[in-house]
Design a protein around this ligand. Structure first.
Ligand SMILES: [Zn+2]
Length: 206
């Protein structure tokens, strides 16, 4: 169970956008059903951050940008392996907008990621090269945040990678599984759970 939030806790709600919910271009099963409970939990936190996947058209993470390649296959990028995705979350489109029922009016910061054409960004903290910061870590430090609580989409990619990076940065981290849903490509869900457990991420299971 999620503990009562304190003043140094920050809730990070990851990628609750149309394209990741049912009916979207890269829909995660169970996405729509998360909106109401996330709204309810977010209301208990003083500080909430939203992340927003935000790509230019023709982004390098799209299969359509690589001749002959299909979505959900992996290619080697200069920064390492990259799964290719269907076109999704193209900036200023309906698909990139937050779910219309997401209602967290006291949101303090929106972090956009994946905006740079040559590199994807799953994590809310670093692009997929593992070194280019999004700025979120700096904000959390300036706010004197101590613990990061994560939920949203998708558990096995953007939520999970964000959790691992938050640990790497020295924060206490909780990943709220009932407020997250997974894509599960080639065992990615089991892999991220193991990685989180090994890294000391506390997975909240109910
Ligand atoms: Zn993306």
């Amino acid at each position: 169970m999620l503990p009562t939030p304190g003043p140094r806790d920050v809730l990070v709600v990851v990628d609750m956008q149309n394209d990741f919910c049912e009916g979207g271009a890269l829909a995660v099963s169970g996405g729509n059903a998360l909106v109401a409970p996330i709204n309810a939990v977010a209301a208990r936190f003083d500080t909430v951050v939203l992340t927003q996947d935000w790509h230019p058209a023709g982004h390098s993470s799209f299969a359509s940008s690589h001749a002959g390649r299909d979505p959900f296959t992996t290619i080697e990028m200069p920064y390492g392996p990259q799964i290719l995705w269907p076109d999704h979350c193209i900036w200023d489109t309906h698909g990139a907008a937050f779910h219309r029922d997401l209602h967290i009016p006291h949101t303090r910061l929106v972090v956009r990621k994946g905006w740079d054409h040559p590199v994807d960004s799953y994590s809310a903290f670093f692009e997929n090269d593992g070194v280019t910061p999004t700025g979120l870590a700096g904000a959390l430090r300036e706010w004197d945040a101590e613990r990061v609580i994560l939920c949203g989409l998708a558990l096995d990619f953007c939520v999970g990678w964000s959790a691992l990076d938050a640990r790497r940065l020295g924060f206490s981290v909780m990943l709220v599984e009932p407020l997250s849903a997974a894509i599960d490509v080639d065992g990615s869900l089991a892999a991220i759970r193991t990685a989180c457990d090994d890294a000391g991420v506390v997975r909240i299971l109910e």
